[in-house]
Design a protein around this ligand. Structure first.
Ligand SMILES: [Zn+2]
Length: 276
């Protein structure tokens, strides 16, 4: 199940939406980023790590969406981190007692809902704003915080391994999904995020998106360009030539999400009286 993608960096890909859980080997155990989605997959990951003699010593959620906030009891009780904004957004979503049931009903596809353990959903500790690195005993993991897709979204750069963990950006199967909730300028937020990731991309040889396939050095630039072109097309209300949202899309629900983004951005610009 676990596959090495760089020295000391392994991934496990979920059956759900090609979600990538990332394992980084450190001095006394591993850092686990976005642990996975289905209960049996996370349990299998816990088994594999136990066999390798590598306990989980820290967890990290790249952003406050349910598929990145899960945990399994067998993974243990290591501290689980996120950015301060990510943790605050997770807390906010889970504030009332009916929250988990609501998330299960509204967000999780019915065919897998019974296999997604929600008991430990979102129990993350926010790192103080401007924290530069994940606090743990292992290779330095730089936090590149931005506001694209979700509040307090973190790209993670493991410089000495040449690895960029991209969260829900730079995917080959999902186009940029903008945070259209309470944000003032979701298009700008996305373009700013891409500039930050671009600034960190020098020397990256392995790109790990939250969903989709692992990219090599040549893919880093290509995927940044592809995401930027998509966001520009969305901003300008043009038809993007993007295979991720066209007839050959990997997931048949993705073109529908694209159409809704287009529509909601049009409504926003009408409401705000701004052109395009
Ligand atoms: Zn996701």
């Amino acid at each position: 199940m676990l596959r090495q993608v760089a020295e000391g960096v392994l991934i496990q890909q979920s059956e759900f939406c090609q979600s990538n859980a990332v394992v980084v080997q450190g001095g006394a155990g591993v850092l686990l980023i976005d642990p996975g989605v289905l209960g049996y997959e996370m349990a299998a990951l816990a088994d594999d790590l136990r066999e390798l003699g590598q306990p989980v010593v820290a967890g990290f959620s790249t952003h406050p969406h349910w598929d990145h906030l899960l945990w399994h009891a067998q993974l243990g009780t290591a501290p689980r981190y996120g950015t301060a904004r990510c943790a605050a957004a997770a807390r906010d979503q889970l504030r009332d007692p009916g929250a988990k049931a609501r998330i299960a009903k509204a967000m999780i596809p019915p065919d897998i809902a019974g296999q997604v353990p929600l008991d430990l959903l979102g129990l993350i500790t926010g790192l103080p704003a401007e924290t530069a690195q994940i606090p743990w005993d292992g290779p330095q993991v730089r936090i590149i915080e931005h506001q694209a897709h979700a509040p307090g979204h973190a790209g993670l750069l493991i410089e000495e391994r040449g690895v960029l963990v991209a969260g829900d950006t730079l995917s080959d199967v999902l186009m940029p999904m903008l945070d259209l909730n309470d944000t003032a300028d979701p298009v700008d937020d996305y373009l700013a995020a891409l500039r930050l990731l671009e600034g960190a991309a020098e020397g990256v040889g392995v790109l790990i998106p939250g969903h989709g396939s692992i990219g090599g050095a040549d893919q880093v630039r290509a995927r940044i360009d592809q995401d930027r072109a998509y966001v520009h097309a969305l901003r300008d209300a043009q038809v993007p030539s993007d295979p991720r949202v066209g007839p050959s899309a990997t997931y048949d629900w993705v073109p529908g999400v694209h159409a809704r983004q287009l529509q909601r951005l049009a409504q926003r610009s009408q409401r705000d009286g701004t052109p395009g």
